[in-house]
Design a protein around this ligand. Structure first.
Ligand code: BG6
Length: 491
């Protein structure tokens, strides 16, 4: 992998959409500002929007500039100058857009060529076919697929086949932006660059693991997507399962493109299936109703402002999901992995909590077990709770005290956004932090029976008021074995 930025053409299908405006373009601007884009690199947005280059640049200037630090107008102008727009309607009759794109890319085959599909999964196959037909797919080009890849295993298999008919697996980058987050990568470093954790990273020492991704945001304006996704497809199938893999995987033999992914897929294949009657025991689904979140009154899911009205499907979609998972292997036998994610939770926090077992024989009253918390959001950090003696004479009094690492305090300087890191990895051809075909399919294989059971029940999810910590049964899910969700986060 070269350190000198190579000229690239990044073609973003869905280039005027929400993801592009909120994440991709800001990430690219930051990379440009840090000198990580070659002078010739271009970003070509494709959409049905009928914009020309000037319109698109005006749109980005109006919508993106306020969300990024523009300390020097020349840099911003240089960034805008990289942007182009091509109008293309996939499946439409008008080939002029493809021809224009072919004209722009022609003669630049030696550049890195990346197609970024920031569009719904059903467009992935048709896009690849049309790009191929237009002669745009070179042996060195890459394609990035946004999650969720399909709606279930069978659609994922079909999409993987369709994309795989045009691109080789080594050219396909399935993105899960959680893998680009600093703490997530730090989890690998923490586990595999420090000797002290490995001997205790197993069922002999660990009582259970909790993975929580709680958001305060709701889904205003996202009904079209969210009604068909729900929390299980939107968050658990990808983000939460990827985090679980990194916690549970065996040490890889190398830090290369396949070794880490080989180990992750083994974890997914070791997940104990949750099927039929077990689904109710080991999973919880909820949907938020009106309530107070972040000090303001917000509507319930069904009343979120949107340009489409709620349907029967909206009533059944979950905005909260919790699961008790188990990894059936030697290392993790008997250790529950509790997964939880929800919209309109009381506060935004994403964390992995590794709860250790109690000491085998306590000689002090008030001893509590150690806990390791890896926080992804809002401020990235790692905290280990250990027991210490409270200063003072007389009887020994214990207190859990945190050993904390805050990334913001320890590593000064800007912490790059996940998309920045991942986009650079695509441009330099490093797929380590992207999901391989077998990983995505193994994840769906585990999710499918849960989805099937929820769908066959046809009942609405349990309501929970916005601003609460989810439905009561989510507490029972952990409470049944005398455990509780870790709520306080880091200090
Ligand atoms: C996306 C989901 O993948 O991740 C969104 O589609 C969710 O529903 C988002 O809000 C959360 O990402 P982050 O980085 O803000 O935790």
């Amino acid at each position: 992998m070269s350190e000198t930025p190579q000229p690239a053409d990044l073609i973003v299908f869905g280039g005027t959409g929400d993801l592009s405006m909120r994440k991709l373009l800001p990430a690219l601007y930051h990379s440009d500002r840090d000198g990580r884009l070659a002078p010739e690199t271009r970003v070509i947005a494709m959409s049905r929007g009928g914009l020309d280059d000037a319109d698109f640049r005006g749109k980005v200037d109006a919508e993106v500039r306020s969300s990024v630090p523009v300390d020097d107008l020349d840099t911003w102008q240089r960034f805008l100058g990289r942007l182009h727009h091509v109008t293309v309607d996939i499946g439409g009759q008008d080939p002029t857009g493809w021809a224009r794109l072919a004209g722009m890319l022609g003669g630049h085959e030696q550049r890195e060529r990346v197609f970024y599909l920031a569009s719904p999964p059903m467009t992935f196959g048709p896009f690849c076919r049309e790009a191929h037909r237009a002669g745009l797919v070179t042996p060195a080009s890459r394609v990035v697929l946004e999650k969720p890849l399909g709606r279930d295993l069978s659609s994922a298999l079909r999409i993987n086949d369709e994309v795989g008919a045009i691109f080789d697996e080594r050219q396909i980058y399935r993105i899960d932006h959680y893998l680009g987050k600093e703490t997530v990568q730090n989890l690998l470093v923490l586990r595999f660059a420090n000797a002290f954790l490995e001997p205790i990273w197993n069922s002999l020492w660990i009582d259970h693991v909790q993975i929580t991704v709680a958001e305060t945001v709701g889904t205003p304006g996202r009904r079209g997507y969210y009604d068909h996704a729900g929390a299980l497809r939107d968050m658990v199938q990808n983000h939460l399962l990827q985090l679980l893999c990194l916690v549970a995987m065996e040490p890889p033999s190398r830090n290369d493109r396949e070794s880490i992914r080989d180990e992750k897929v083994k974890v997914l294949q070791s997940l104990r299936p949750i099927t039929g009657g077990e689904v109710d025991r080991f999973t919880v689904r909820g949907q938020y109703t009106a309530g107070e979140s972040g000090g303001v009154q917000v509507p319930g899911y069904l009343d979120e402002p949107d340009n489409t009205a709620p349907t029967e499907g909206s009533r059944r979609v979950e905005t909260f999901a919790a699961i008790r998972a188990e990894v059936k292997n030697w290392r993790w036998a008997g250790v529950p992995f509790y997964l939880r994610t929800g919209k309109r939770m009381p506060y935004r926090h994403s964390e992995i909590v590794v709860q250790f077992k109690d000491v085998p024989h306590s000689i002090f009253p008030g001893n509590t077990p150690n806990r390791l918390v890896l926080r992804l959001q809002p401020s990235e950090g790692i905290q280990l709770n250990i027991m210490a003696k409270e200063p003072g004479a007389g009887e020994v009094a214990l207190k859990p005290v945190p050993l904390s690492l805050s990334f913001a305090e320890t590593f000064t300087g800007r912490v790059p956004e996940a998309y920045e890191r991942l986009l650079m990895d695509v441009l330099t051809g490093n797929p380590t932090l992207f999901m391989r075909r077998d990983e995505v399919e193994a994840a769906w294989r585990w999710i499918d029976p849960i989805l099937a059971e929820w769908e066959s029940q046809g009942t609405p999810p349990e309501p929970y008021p916005a601003g609460s910590a989810g439905p009561a049964t989510a507490h029972e899910l952990v409470g049944r074995s005398g455990r509780v969700w870790h709520e306080e986060g880091l200090a």
